[in-house]
Design a protein. Structure first.
Length: 400
């Protein structure tokens, strides 16, 4: 069936907006990134509640009806940070591939620019986490969540691993840094991903199927109860999925233009897929009775849900995700991701609160600190990265 003229026009406009980047970047993607960062903040804040931490750590743990409702249903999506990170990974693959396929893109300046933009904020965030760790007394930890008490001691090896990301353990000062290790690795391998995605763009369905198979193997051979501990065979296909979507963004735009009234059904399907392992496997703590391969399949379905939400951000979700407040959240998402955990830990030790009411403190304080961090650290790092790229792309004057 041919695409109607109006749909073709919307598709072309959306594809052009993605390709142009810069001032013409699609704000829906920024908004989705901001919402994902907020979900991670809520996730870590609620882990201060022992009952929610117990269910997150052990699906067979006893739970009240309320805890059951927010942990074993699609409502889990509102506070499941590990699933939000999957969305981050697909977004990174999409956005970096779009940038890499623009006319005039050069790989020489890309590496120093990308590493400056990643590492400088990470180093500043590690320094902030250590400063708050030493400034806030730990005190009596009786009755506190194990997630909070985990942050009580950090060794030199852990700090070094967080600073280097690719060497040594990552996540000692901030557990959120586990994802930055994969971001850096993918950034280094980006040329290979872009080459494969563009060369195979006409075979996208087969490529997506192959990625699903590789991700299943990665999940089936790893600790499926701990997505953050899964290896490259699971994590890198998430980035690759974003690359495939970006390489076929004209086709993606045409699909979203045809969604029409069924658009929100697609969004709902994506949300359900993202929480598959919770509402399907955690009901009654049944995960221990489910074959390992089936649990791994739910991780693959989560990855599919992440990809579907990214596509939805180019279509039906574009307008709500483009509202000023959401766009602001998107532009500060990296800063929020880096600074929120030290805030949550500090609030947890200072107040000793173990109820969801802690969100009344952790959310506004984290948002305020993210704004300051963005202005003082992240935005200057962007300027420095552009300056480095400009110096590398500046051609020498011809010899007279």
């Amino acid at each position: 069936m041919s695409v109607p003229t109006t749909a073709r026009g919307r598709a072309a406009g959306a594809a052009g907006g993605v390709a142009a980047g810069g001032a013409n970047r699609l704000p829906g993607l920024d908004g989705l990134r901001g919402v994902a960062a907020l979900v991670v903040l809520v996730h870590h804040s609620l882990l201060l509640t022992p009952a929610l931490m117990a269910v997150h750590d052990d699906p067979a743990a006893p739970r009240s009806a309320l805890v059951q409702a927010v942990s074993a249903t699609p409502l889990h999506l509102l506070w499941e940070g590990e699933v939000a990170v999957q969305v981050f990974f697909v977004l990174s693959g999409f956005v970096l591939t779009v940038a890499a396929t623009r006319p005039g893109h050069r790989w020489g300046p890309y590496y120093p620019q990308r590493l400056v933009r990643l590492y400088l904020p990470v180093w500043a965030a590690v320094a902030l986490a250590l400063a708050l760790r030493f400034a806030v007394p730990v005190g009596d930890t009786a009755g506190l969540s194990p997630w909070l008490t985990f942050h009580g001691d950090v060794g030199r090896a852990g700090v070094l691993g967080d600073l280097l990301l690719l060497v040594g353990p990552a996540g000692s000062t901030m557990t959120a840094l586990w994802s930055l290790r994969w971001e850096v690795l993918f950034s280094l391998l980006l040329p290979l991903f872009v080459l494969a995605a563009t060369r195979l763009r006409h075979w996208a369905p087969l490529v997506v199927g192959a990625l699903a198979a590789v991700a299943w193997v990665g999940a089936a051979t790893g600790p499926v109860d701990q997505p953050y501990a899964l290896g490259a065979l699971y994590q890198l296909p998430l980035f690759a999925l974003g690359c495939v979507l970006a390489a076929g963004r004209d086709r993606v735009a045409a699909v979203t233009a045809r969604w029409g009234r069924g658009a929100w059904a697609g969004v709902l399907v994506g949300a359900v897929l993202l929480t598959t392992s919770y509402w399907l496997l955690d009901l009654g703590g049944a995960r221990d009775d489910v074959p390992h391969g089936v649990v791994a399949l739910t991780r693959v379905l989560q990855a599919a849900g992440a990809g579907l939400l990214v596509v939805a951000a180019l279509g039906p979700l574009a307008r709500p995700l483009s509202r000023p407040a959401v766009r602001w959240l998107g532009t500060r998402s990296f800063s929020l991701y880096l600074v929120h955990e030290p805030v949550v830990v500090a609030v947890g030790y200072l107040t000793g609160w173990t109820s969801p009411a802690v969100l009344l403190l952790t959310v506004p304080v984290s948002l305020l600190l993210a704004e300051g961090f963005f202005r003082v650290v992240e935005r200057p790092s962007h300027r420095l990265a552009r300056a480095v790229g400009g110096r590398l792309t500046r051609r020498p004057a011809p010899v007279p």
